[in-house]
Design a protein around this ligand. Sequence first.
Ligand code: ATP
Length: 318
Amino acid sequence: MPSSPLLQVEEVSKRFRVQGRDLHAVEKVSFQLDAGKTMGLVGESGSGKSTLGRLVLRLLDANEGRILFDGKDITSLSPKQMRPLRRDMQIIFQDPQASMSPRMTIGAAIEDAMAIHNIGTKAERQKRVDELLERVGLPTVVKYAFPHELSGGQLQRVGIARALSLNPKLVICDEPISALDVSIQVQVIQLLQELQKDFNLTYIFISHNLAVVEYLSDQVAVLYLGEVVEQGPAEELFANPTHPYTQVLLQSILKMPDDTEKRQALTSIQGEIPSPFNPPSGCTFHPRCPFATDVCREKKPERKVVGNQHSVTCHLAN
Ligand SMILES: Nc1ncnc2c1ncn2[C@@H]1O[C@H](COP(=O)(O)OP(=O)(O)OP(=O)(O)O)[C@@H](O)[C@H]1O
């Protein structure tokens, strides 16, 4: 019998109440992710990527939909019921320093994560700190240092060690390399890849860097104004981006001659993302889409399958 995916997100929506108005941050998002695989989330700033990550971790409550982790519906679990599952789901942030106490040594910070979850004796935890630091490519003496004494790249390795200390199944990587120098970015990506293989980790990888998303992901979801406009296997989606918004995002790596009419229309796309308080009618991308027709302005598009597990929410896709 085939095993169920590690993560199932079903029609999940999140609205924030801001000054008496509803802000649509995530709208009816669905996807599945198998253990040991990576889901890349892409989209402009404000498209809902981080909110979706936080919904999956149950750091935020969804307004609608279901989230199943390891086959278990976690959507309505109380904080107390979530506690045993917390160690299975970890997050790595863009700025690891922000999540560390400036007065705690690196060793204490990693050990503390394990102590909170009652993992091992103090001696066992200290031994594990050494092993983890070595595993993420840092000398063990780093455990005596304070966060401000480390470089950005070293701190991100500490953030990874701290997440790993709990033996998680799922790790949400929220822009983990954006704040790092390019040479360091490559090292951290390689480390994340090695760790995934060694520990069968499942990643949700949020990044503005499309080349890295293409390189790391098995599946990709493209978000626009909180909605998934296109999703599918990374190889297929990057080779054959079908939604005009995906094509705009991937323009630099789009395999289409520069002089085609379509390419020129895409290049000319302008305008800002509309207000999430009052999303446009029909297809929310229509005000910026050079190919929009009346139906796009009036009717919400349904999800269409356009390839092997590749789907697009666009009236014009066939
Ligand atoms: N706690 C909150 N309260 C109110 N609005 C919020 C909150 N968190 C996020 N939002 C709003 O929800 C929408 C989605 O934000 P989110 O941070 O998830 O996007 P993102 O794609 O991760 O953006 P970025 O790439 O800039 O991190 C935005 O309009 C944002 O302003």
